[in-house]
Design a protein around this ligand. Structure first.
Ligand SMILES: O=C(O)c1ccc[n+]([C@@H]2O[C@H](COP(=O)([O-])O)[C@@H](O)[C@H]2O)c1
Ligand SMILES: Cc1cc2nc[nH]c2cc1C
Length: 619
């Protein structure tokens, strides 16, 4: 098996030692391609002499190629160790070639994306040198500012697809590979310096909530301001607005941690009762409506009847949402529009009844629970009964969980479902919460449904185009790590899932074991459902797809499970809200079967059988 090389970006100022360090990194290779991007047709004798000195120093291990067609060159020789020196010259050449220096708008997104894609697909050792910009005052000329801004955008995009990012200052090397990634601000409309992200790979760019743009600012982006949600003890008395559901104080169970042994092993799943389903279908035909005229509502009523094993069905009186919260290491690499601390802040918001899940749950009388499976912060103890760890690992480079942790999380999801069902819950809804969690979800869906990263990547909380590129690269790296575990759901969860996803999978599979219907939510819950369906074949029959999320991977997952969503509201929030949007329809479907009069009871004439002759011919 051949191992893949490293992709390294080396940033640094003039004469910092960045090129020397790049050459050092490649010293073990007998031959290296040197892609020189600097100006070739020049009358500047000092420049020509400098280029010659560098060439002589590198020696004959190096093959020098003078080019600005970087993406083509990288694709054509993807296995040969390569040094690109440097991206600043390449950018200047491309701005020249596209007459961009005095243009009204400059759109570099396409070329940047092409270069990043070629870097991402490079298999050998690759070192890219680029100047670090913007440490000096803002340049006094429009061209200077254009170059500085575009180079900043380019460097960030290339860093996102490299395995290592180094900064060389005064001959000292600083490793930035594990440094936190700033969430870039959206570009200012009409600002020619910030148009590097105007290409829309999968649809329109949406404004990003809770992020602000300082008009006219030429400064690099800064982290998005955290949203001001207080971390409050859920038992603290607060004045709740009417019509919301506050999380119940006792949490989903204060019993000891469940035994994780064999947590991933499920016995055969019985399907919902087919004889009762037939009875319910027959009952639909007796009710005062043309056959089939209530469309999908009729099917939903039949399904609930079959799940309960009784016709007419019992009213749904204790639907329960459990929001599984967890952080993901990959969220620190700029794959979300929001900073990771929002996860713990939103746990507090749900606990206080202020989130969308609380409001939508109130409409149907559903209870809401929140469980901290892997939040990267301390939460009040009543949410942490099942906590497996603080934050799941960064799936690009390491396992999200150990196999033992994955078992613990599955066992937790099963225990939570058992506790709720024992306490009378008659319909379960899983919800999710966790900045970055659409990335592991896309990796799981892409791996199991055998799709490409670009097919499963979505905008999540509203990432911009550069974020989309970073996220696609992260999904690609995750899928590469996931592939060996395609047929092993436990190890797949450990490699690229997370404790929240594992718990949701256990909860959904256990709902089926306990013959309790569940409504699926969006892409995250449905990714967990794909795993649950592998762990417990047949469980899908106990699940209803509540809605179709705006995330592309969600439609792929629904198709894979052969489920048709009840509502299509373009929602993409998670928390169980999509399932809650469908719950009133499910409850109405039950009401139809329990409360409508039959033709006989109401004295309404039924449709004549096809071969019945009318009593009298019409006049
Ligand atoms: O359920 C969905 O389909 C869905 C789609 C987009 C975003 N989300 C929610 O947004 C967060 C994940 O988005 P992101 O961009 O941080 O990966 C997480 O808290 C999810 O609950 C959820
Ligand atoms: C504010 C906010 C609320 C959420 N609920 C679920 N995911 C979420 C992500 C964000 C950013």
């Amino acid at each position: 098996m051949t191992t893949r090389g490293h992709r390294t970006l080396i940033l640094g100022g003039v004469r910092s030692g960045k090129s020397d360090h790049g050459e050092d990194l490649l010293r073990a290779h007998a031959s290296v391609r040197y892609l020189a991007t600097g100006p070739t047709l020049t009358t500047d004798t000092e420049w020509t002499a400098r280029v010659e000195r560098h060439r002589a120093r590198r020696g004959d291990r190096y093959t020098t190629v003078e080019t600005t067609a970087l993406a083509d060159e990288l694709r054509a020789h993807r296995d040969t160790a390569t040094l690109v020196d440097d991206l600043g010259n390449w950018l200047a050449a491309r701005l020249d070639a596209t007459d961009a220096w005095s243009a009204e708008t400059v759109d570099r997104a396409g070329e940047n994306a092409e270069l990043c894609s070629a870097i991402g697909g490079f298999d050998g050792d690759l070192v890219l040198i680029s100047p670090e910009v913007g440490l000096a005052p803002v340049p006094p000329t429009p061209a200077g500012r254009l170059f500085q801004d575009q180079l900043g955008v380019l460097n960030a995009a290339v860093a996102a697809v490299c395995d290592r990012v180094l900064l060389v200052v005064a001959g000292r090397v600083i490793d930035l590979s594990d440094a936190a990634v700033v969430t870039p601000r959206p570009s200012t409309t009409g600002d020619r310096m910030a148009t590097g992200s105007s290409v829309t790979p999968t649809g329109s760019t949406e404004p990003v909530a809770a992020q602000t743009v300082s008009p006219g600012s030429a400064a690099p982006s800064v982290p998005a301001a955290p949203i001001p949600v207080p971390v409050a003890t859920p038992s603290a008395p607060v004045d709740l607005p009417t019509g919301v559901v506050r999380v119940e104080a006792d949490g989903p169970g204060d019993r000891p941690r469940p035994d994780p042994t064999d947590a991933e092993v499920f016995g055969p799943i019985d399907p919902p009762d087919e004889a009762i389903a037939d009875e319910a279908r027959a009952r639909q035909l007796t009710l005062t409506k043309p056959a089939g005229s209530l469309g999908r509502l009729e099917e939903l009523g039949v399904w609930i009847s079959a799940c309960q094993g009784v016709c007419p069905p019992r009213p749904i009186t204790a639907p329960t949402v459990v929001v599984f919260a967890g952080d993901h290491g990959v969220a620190r690499s700029g794959v979300s529009a929001f900073p990771p601390e929002v996860t713990v802040q939103m746990v507090a918001n749900i606990a206080e009844g202020g989130a969308a899940v609380n409001v939508l749950a109130a409409r149907s009388g559903a209870r809401v629970r929140v469980v901290d499976m892997a939040v990267d912060a301390d939460t009040p103890p009543q949410f942490g009964t099942y906590k497996v760890r603080r934050g799941s690992g960064d799936l690009r480079v390491t396992d999200a969980l150990t196999v033992d942790e994955a078992r613990q999380a599955i066992a937790a999801g099963r225990a939570i479902a058992d506790d709720l069902i024992d306490a009378g819950a008659d319909l379960l809804i899983p919800g999710d919460l966790g900045i970055g969690n659409t990335t592991p979800s896309a990796v799981i869906v892409g791996t199991l449904a055998r799709r490409e990263p670009v097919e499963v990547v979505g905008r999540g909380t509203g990432i911009d185009d550069l974020g989309w590129m970073r996220k696609t690269a992260a999904i690609r790296d995750g899928m590469r790590r996931a592939r060996p575990h395609r047929n092993d759901p436990l190890r797949l969860l450990a490699a690229v899932g997370g404790a929240d996803l594992a718990a949701m999978a256990g909860y959904l599979a256990q709902a089926a074991v306990r013959k309790t219907p569940a409504i699926l939510d969006g892409v995250v819950v449905t990714a967990a459902a794909l795993i649950a369906a592998e762990l417990a074949p047949g469980a899908t029959r106990w699940w209803l797809a509540g809605h179709r999320s705006a995330e592309p991977a969600h439609s792929i997952a629904l198709e894979y499970l052969d489920l048709e969503p009840v509502v299509e509201f373009s929602m993409r929030l998670g928390e169980g809200t999509g399932a809650l949007a469908a719950l009133p329809a499910v409850m109405s479907a039950v009401d139809v079967l329990t409360s409508m009069s039959t033709f006989g009871e109401a004295g309404v004439s039924e449709k004549p059988a096809p071969d019945d002759e009318p009593a009298e011919a019409p006049a």
